[in-house]
Design a protein around this ligand. Structure first.
Ligand SMILES: [Zn+2]
Length: 375
């Protein structure tokens, strides 16, 4: 990621906002609960991530504050979607109302940076974490960083700098309306290192807020040059997505113009694990809870935006595929791809393909119309 030393106006606005957030810190959290959260946070063993989550081996934590979500219902001023060559990233620019989370076992306020996805060659794999030893069809990572470090780059150098919220995919018949903002835009970012603007939406459309009943651990990620420390928070409520929506991700291209078929890392096996189950619900029958029902009001919108694979220009690309699992350093470079200016327009090839198809459809319909007239 290119780093510009001169802070832009928007960067300064963000810094001011973050400073305001810091001044408010811990004002509304009970002192004993807050201390308990700090004890857990800093007293936790750190091991390599991702991990297997098994509710039987987790340690319940009851006496910490609920997780608090602030400003997630406020849409950003700008929003963009990027193909990093390893994954698809959704990011945005907010003014004074940048979303953040606090409470739980966190020791400060963590501001939203970006979200990205992990998937596999089919729905038998895709998630980075496993649940009861099994991979899920995919996984969404909502990346946040501690506000006192001001930037994500700085936060990645600290042991408590970055927290990632994890949502496991679970297949359902109906498409997920919030997910459509990603799946509908993929045709415009087929090539690696392309971005396009999308209509800004409030993150709550895609990111379901949870306040309790989640798994937390502190993990490390080793890259070529250093080790990053990440606080992982995995909600028990899975994210329902349709098979077509997950499938649409598999047509994105990497740096070599091969399909990104897999972008998850292997689970790290370690015996001395410390995975907490924070504010657990009484339901202990399985690690993940069942999918929640859809709101009927969103269903019409879902079908309007349903992904049509047959009209996907990505379908035109070749089928040479790389099945190798990406190196850790490559996957985690996605963490650096937070908001940047200068997003490139989608490649002209995709646009041209759409235009040619439209003209072909128009010509063929006129042609058949004339035949019917003369007959
Ligand atoms: Zn990730």
């Amino acid at each position: 990621m290119d780093v510009d030393d001169t802070p832009s106006e928007e960067a300064l606005t963000t810094v001011n906002t973050l400073e305001n957030i810091e001044r408010d810190e811990e004002s509304d959290i009970d002192v004993s609960d807050s201390q308990r959260a700090k004890d857990i946070f800093y007293g936790t063993a750190i091991f390599e991530s991702p991990a297997d989550i098994d509710i039987i081996g987790t340690k319940p934590v009851e006496d910490v504050p609920m997780l608090t979500w602030v400003n997630f219902e406020i849409p950003p001023k700008k929003m963009k979607i990027t193909n990093s060559g390893h994954t698809v990233i959704l990011s945005g620019k907010w003014g004074q109302e940048r979303p953040y989370i606090t409470g739980g076992t966190l020791t400060g306020k963590y501001v939203f940076s970006q979200l990205h996805l992990h998937w596999g060659v089919n729905s038998m794999e895709g998630s980075e974490h496993t649940v009861d030893g099994c991979r899920q069809p995919g996984e969404m990572h909502v990346v946040t960083f501690k506000s006192c470090y001001l930037t994500q780059e700085s936060a990645l150098k600290e042991s408590d700098g970055v927290a990632i919220l994890v949502y496991m995919f679970k297949l359902q018949d109906k498409p997920n309306a919030g997910f459509s903002i990603i799946s509908d835009a993929l045709t415009g970012i087929a090539k690696a290192h392309t971005s396009m603007k999308v209509n800004p939406i409030e993150l709550t459309t895609l990111v379901k807020q949870f306040t309790s009943d989640y798994f937390m651990y502190r993990g490390s990620v080793s890259t070529t040059n250093c080790v990053h420390y990440i606080t992982w928070m995995i909600t028990r409520v899975p994210m329902g997505v349709s098979n077509d929506q997950v499938d649409s991700l598999r047509y994105l291209l990497d740096d070599n113009d091969d399909l990104i078929k897999r972008n998850f890392r292997p689970v790290q096996l370690e015996s001395n694990r410390s995975i907490f189950h924070v504010l657990p619900s009484t339901s202990k029958y399985s690690t993940l809870l069942p999918l929640t029902e859809y709101d009927d009001k969103t269903v019409t919108q879902i079908y309007r935006m349903e992904f049509d694979r047959r009209s996907n220009p990505l379908f035109q690309f070749g089928t040479s595929q790389s099945e190798s699992i990406l190196e850790n350093s490559e996957v985690e470079s996605d963490l650096y791809s937070e908001e940047e200016d200068g997003e490139s327009e989608p490649k002209i090839g995709n646009k041209a393909l759409c235009i040619v198809r439209t003209i072909k459809k128009y010509i063929s319909s006129v042609f058949y119309g004339l035949i019917v007239l003369f007959l």
